[in-house]
Ligand binder design. Structure first.
Ligand code: GDP
Length: 308
């Protein structure tokens, strides 16, 4: 990518897309193209093709997708399967047809088999059964990866697929029912502090381990791989380090400044006991995450205070 390259970020209002836009702008890329959902329906093949024919982007970050937690996946399977298949198929096809030089497709580490050995290596994709609750999303994303590989094989189209771990940061979803654990705990401890409550309830046993990547690190990795990686095989993006939910809760409690106690609600599910990815490939390509968990939580909490 050159500083004046035309770059289309699909999904620029989402957590990932907005961070990629921030990163590109701060690196001096001034020729960004974005379209809000109300301006362009990515499920509509003709509209997407017309948009590409009109704007002729040179590089594409495909960060647009229907996303959500366990409950959303379970209750809206058609949206997660059909819409994601349409969005990615329309964009990849239009990008290829309209002479895009390179496309980066965003997968997710939650599409690896449910019972993967840990840490999860790239080659474990499609080696076992999926987690049933997010199978709709996973099948669509796996099809997206295969589509990138197919366009490369049949047409020589430079499409790469990236696999981010659990992400967090400014712009996250803080809704207690649909959010992931990190933003949920920031909100719970903050409300506990403000209301001077004696305790904050953390779901499950606190024993499961999870990996968290700060969203601006993720955006930096995406831009790095757009510049330096040109292969069909997928690349994990993460820190390679995990923490227990108990350690995470202690850390967020301290950063937020909540004075009360943490109570674990064992009636709530723990989910997978451990989920951490192998980032050897990413590291050997020359990229490592920089933001410590405590610094990232601090910045995310500041954002929450300004935007709640
Ligand atoms: P997962 O990584 O797909 O399991 O998604 P989550 O981020 O929702 O949950 C991760 C772990 O954090 C699970 O063991 C949850 O039980 C635990 N957890 C503890 N408190 C909360 C909370 O307030 N909200 C959420 N979403 N998870 C919590």
């Amino acid at each position: 990518m050159e500083r004046n390259s035309k770059i289309y970020v699909a999904g620029h209002n989402g957590l990932v897309g907005s961070a990629i836009c921030r990163r590109l702008k701060s690196d001096g890329y001034g020729n960004l193209i974005t379209r809000a959902h109300s301006q362009l329906d990515l499920c509509n093949e003709k509209d997407v093709n017309d948009f590409f024919a009109e704007t002729k982007p040179e590089y594409v970050f495909l960060a647009a997708a229907v996303v959500g937690g366990i409950h959303a996946n379970d209750t809206r399977p058609v949206d997660f399967l059909r819409d994601n298949l349409l969005i990615q198929t329309n964009i990849i096809e239009a990008a290829y047809r309209n002479g895009v030089k390179k496309l980066a497709f965003l997968g997710s580490t939650c599409i690896y088999p449910r019972d993967c050995p840990q840490p999860i290596k790239e080659e474990y994709l499609l080696t076992g059964s999926l987690e049933e609750t997010n199978q709709w999303y996973a099948i669509a994303k796996i099809a997206g990866i295969k589509l990138c590989q197919a366009y490369r094989k049949q047409y020589g189209f430079n499409a790469i697929s990236l696999m981010p771990t659990n992400l967090y940061g400014p712009g996250d979803n803080f809704d207690l029912l649909s959010s992931h654990v990190l933003p949920a705990l920031i909100r719970k401890f903050h409300e506990g502090k403000i209301n001077n409550t004696k305790e904050v309830v953390v779901w499950g046993s606190g024993k499961p381990f999870r990996e968290f990547l700060y969203i601006d690190d993720m955006a930096e990795a995406c831009c790095f791989l757009m510049q330096h990686y040109n292969d069909e095989s997928i690349v994990n993006i993460g820190t390679g380090k995990d923490v227990s939910i108990r350690e995470l809760a202690d850390l967020i409690k301290e950063i937020v400044g909540f004075q009360g106690n943490i109570v674990f609600d064992s009636s709530k599910p723990d989910g997978t006991t451990k989920k951490v990815i192998d980032v050897t490939k990413l590291n050997s390509l020359g990229w490592q995450s920089k933001t410590s968990l405590s610094a990232g939580i601090g910045t995310t909490y500041d954002w929450y205070l300004r935007n709640q």
